[in-house]
Design a protein around this ligand. Sequence first.
Ligand code: HEC
Ligand code: HEC
Ligand code: HEC
Ligand code: HEC
Length: 215
Amino acid sequence: MKKLVVLLAGMLMLAAPALALIDNSAHDLPTTIGGNETDEICVFCHTPHGANAAFTGGPLWNRNAAAGGLVGVYSSGTLNASIDSDYTKIDAAACLTCHDGSQVMGGAALRNPPNTTVTGNYAVQVNGSKMLDNNMNNDHPVNFSYDASDAADAEINSIANVLAIAGQPIKFGTTSTLNNVVQCSSCHDVHNTVGTDLIVINNAGSNLCRACHIK
Ligand code: HEC
Ligand code: HEC
Ligand code: HEC
Ligand code: HEC
């Protein structure tokens, strides 16, 4: 009987939900900093209390706005999109509290640090040095209506087709002024490793690009 109880307990443990996703991804940040200060994965970005309420695109955000701010909009001679420069409405301002090229992950950067304080000011680096800057004029446009671009350009796939092709890992945001906004998490899954670079669908053959662009 005792053996049976032990066996059942073991089976229940096996039946626990799989904890994959963010673990061991590029955003498993305790691992990135060597795991010697905290093992709390979420705390580098989210906090249950004392969050940055200005960042409506970054839920319960545990970081302050970057000092230099986030500036610029993408423009070109062929762009139809009308871009909203208030990036706090989507996830971009939140991502750039780390990825603007000048940020650190720990220390005073966290509004509500874990109880084992992260004292080291670990620089945010991707593959050694590759980083974005705080100007959005040299990046793929974000914070505009996908529907409006689709209506203006026959070579933009309909949103229904995009979601069907991609099996819906591409996420369009909603803000107070725009529906179906293109944002960072349209192309990246901040919590998951699907392909390299946290891309939502494998970009072999530029499949990610061609989910939206009929080229
Ligand atoms: C590197 C930063 C980062 C880390 C680490 C992180 N998140 Fe997030 N999270 C974000 C961003 C940015 C968004 C908003 C964009 C989006 O929806 O993907 C978000 C959205 C969310 C949302 C709301 C949208 C949704 O997907 O349901 C939840 C819930 C969430 N995170 C929970 C967590 C939990 C729990 C952890 C730890 C296991 C975690 N996050 C770790 C950055 C992060
Ligand atoms: C239209 C799709 C798309 C959007 C939108 C997008 N990215 Fe990316 N991103 C990519 C692709 C594809 C790569 C990998 C290729 C490369 O290295 O540039 C990448 C790479 C990156 C990298 C790795 C460093 C690098 O340059 O390789 C970071 C960091 C990053 N993106 C952050 C962001 C942030 C923050 C946003 C929102 C402001 C964003 N991305 C919006 C497609 C996108
Ligand atoms: C708390 C700081 C932090 C935030 C916030 C954050 N990142 Fe990162 N991100 C990092 C660090 C650090 C790395 C590099 C990890 C490494 O090289 O091991 C990274 C790596 C990446 C990479 C490269 C992944 C790879 O495979 O090399 C992409 C893409 C990326 N982040 C996109 C985003 C996007 C998009 C957001 C917002 C939705 C975001 N990040 C928010 C800290 C952050
Ligand atoms: C989530 C859908 C989506 C994905 C994925 C995507 N794009 Fe875009 N992209 C758009 C939309 C919508 C526009 C705005 C087009 C417009 O309004 O003229 C745009 C704009 C652009 C522009 C600027 C067009 C101009 O006229 O200035 C280029 C170039 C571009 N994308 C290339 C890429 C590449 C390369 C990739 C893959 C790395 C990619 N896109 C992935 C939706 C997407």
